[in-house]
Design a protein around this ligand. Structure first.
Ligand SMILES: Nc1ncnc2c1ncn2[C@@H]1O[C@H](COP(=O)(O)OP(=O)(O)OP(=O)(O)O)[C@@H](O)[C@H]1O
Ligand SMILES: [Mg+2]
Length: 211
């Protein structure tokens, strides 16, 4: 699984403890001179749901974005320390970030569907990865939309624009889009804050099932 993420990892010899999928070591993150995350050390266990709780502005989103390298897109952001994924430091320069994000998926607080159809939002990354078989793509659409508790609402309008969905539906679509890639790690930044209590409960049930 790891080989396609790391192009050169000869110097990487560390191994995670069996039960951890991620090991965070002395992680600090800065925006320019301002430190947003200070010396975080923690292990994230496999087959578990881990929640980060803290006041607004304490660095939760910054920390999550570092785990799949989304902070790379912020010019002023830099980090110190290591995040080991199955024993390899994903903050190293040799990491293939596109492959990393396929294994470590992320859903953001604000829904960000592509300006495409519902169907194409789900299949976009699969097609990019080379999948062309219609039956496989159709199955992925139904399965991921069902898991994200959206299938019944959209099954008759799969080729409508994703932007015609409500905010909460768009967020469930973004969750489905991420699930379709079957990531090993799912990073969720307050994904249910725009959802009604019933959708929220379904997402919580989904997370319990996934782990
Ligand atoms: N792109 C950025 N450039 C500069 N500073 C930033 C940037 N993004 C976040 N920060 C700052 O970093 C700190 C941590 O922000 P972050 O968004 O990680 O907090 P949070 O814990 O997710 O908060 P919330 O609960 O409100 O979502 C804050 O002081 C914020 O102002
Ligand atoms: Mg946040």
């Amino acid at each position: 699984m790891i080989d396609h993420i790391i192009r050169e990892h000869a110097e990487q010899t560390k191994r995670s403890p069996e039960s951890s999928v991620l090991e965070v070591k002395h992680l600090s993150i800065y925006y320019g001179d301002k430190q947003a995350v200070k010396d975080v050390n923690m292990n994230i266990e496999k087959h578990a749901v881990t929640a980060l709780i803290g006041p607004s502005g304490c660095g939760k989103s910054t920390f999550l974005r570092q785990i799949n390298r989304m902070n790379d897109a912020i010019p002023s952001a830099r980090s110190e320390g290591e995040i080991l994924y199955e024993g390899l430091n994903i903050l190293g320069e040799a990491v293939n970030v596109v492959s990393l994000r396929r294994e470590i998926g992320m859903v953001f607080q604000k829904p960000n569907p592509f300006p495409k159809s519902i169907y194409n939002n789900i299949t976009h990354a699969l097609k990019y990865a080379g999948e062309r078989r219609k039956a496989v793509l159709d199955d992925a659409v139904e399965e991921s939309l069902t898991k994200a508790a959206l299938w019944d609402e959209v099954k008759d309008r799969l080729h409508s624009s994703a932007l015609s969905l409500s905010g909460g539906q768009q967020q469930r679509l973004c969750i489905a889009r991420t699930l379709a890639m079957k990531p090993a790690v799912l990073l969720l930044d307050e994904p249910a804050s725009a959802l009604d209590p019933i959708s929220n409960a379904r997402i919580e049930t989904l997370l319990t099932e996934l782990k």
